[in-house]
Design a protein around this ligand. Sequence first.
Ligand SMILES: *Cc1c(COP(=O)(O)O)cnc(C)c1O
Length: 455
Amino acid sequence: MPVTTSPLPSLDALLRMPTAETLIVRFGRTATAAALRAELGARRSVRAFPAAASEILDAAADALARRFARTQRPVFNLTGTVLHTNLGRAPLPGAAAEAAAEAMSSATTLEFDLATGQRGERDEHVARLLRDITGAEAATVVNNNAAAVLLILNTIALGREVPVSRGELIEIGGAFRIPDIMARAGAVLREVGTTNRTHARDFGDAIGPQTALLMRVHQANFAIQGFVAAVPATELAEMAHAAGLPLVEDLGSGSLVDLGAWGLPHERTPQDSLQAGADLVSFSGDKLLGGPQAGLVVGRADLITQLNRNPLKRALRLDKGRLAALERVLLLYLSPERLAEQLPTLRLLSRSAEEIRQTAVRLAAVCRARWPARPIAVEPCRSQIGSGSLPVDLLPSFAVTVGGGGLERLAGWLRALERPVIGRIGEGRLWLDCRCLEAADEDLLIAQLGGSADK
Ligand SMILES: *Cc1c(COP(=O)(O)O)cnc(C)c1O
């Protein structure tokens, strides 16, 4: 690279250099010229010249690489929380991701009935499966569960009262709070009972001419223990129906199958809620269900029709990509005996501790080679389900632990890898919980640890 003798090279001269040619091929002329102009401007303003053309080109190349880098990237989730909201919750089955990509890059039957050649119903692709799986009369689907709750309240309770137990006025991460969503939906929250105890008579006292519905909210991410009482769903449903009101249940995670069959703690299912008498049940698509972000509502056909007629429904609807992914995931539920194999969320949650330990042993060997001076061990730990499931340590797992000094720096180095590795620091070591490290990814992680420069 020739070194310029003039204080600063001209933009034109820079653009003619071979390095600039490569940048133009990669990033286009407009962006390359803008980056070079910015570098020239920066040097001019601090009178940092003379400057070699190569130095300016290198700085522009770095700036372009940063500007064009994708900021949402795949990572290795070794946090021990399977459904990690900050890391995108449920990983989709490959088939569902393919279905989404295919739908998004082509014309589809989104709202087109092939049999008649007439207009079709966009939600029917998943509504038919939700009816099939849950036995509900009808189903609809929106952007997420927060949207589902908003739509239900705005449709049925606009300007009217909704009694909710004080023990269920929950906050979910990301600022979903029952009182706030209620207010935004235009419904009037009527708090009943106390934080730890709510009785049927509390609801009885609250029901009046202004009441629109009774609501139950799943205590998703916390538990109250001790002197507690809540009104069972069946009893609340009877009270609602006696007053001519619907019972709505916000289930949160809402697994479509009994997780007990895989040795996991039973999570209330939409089927449980419907059987108890709930008229509408809402739950998330990307929590235990293992699908894309979505809010699913199942229940009484007349109420679902009302939801679909609310103009807000249009604002909250799903795009064809997510509908395709959700349809593909729901199809897996038609063969429940294969679910643990085909649905990554269930596969990860039901992985045996022994299998995880073997993964940890292999990873530990690579870590020892990489950081010979650090204490490295395979230690038992507990993974969490995450995403609004009880935050108690439930799932026996194994982690590679890395000790020694500068753990924050080490964690930062792991986050800076081509495919960042996210662990957690605790008890004076870095924990890499291997539950979510499956065979397909293991080689990539090991190659990254073996192949990159030492810190
Ligand atoms: C997670 C959760 C929500 C919010 O669902 P999103 O799909 O994240 O919008 C609402 N209510 C309960 C009880 C939840 O657990």
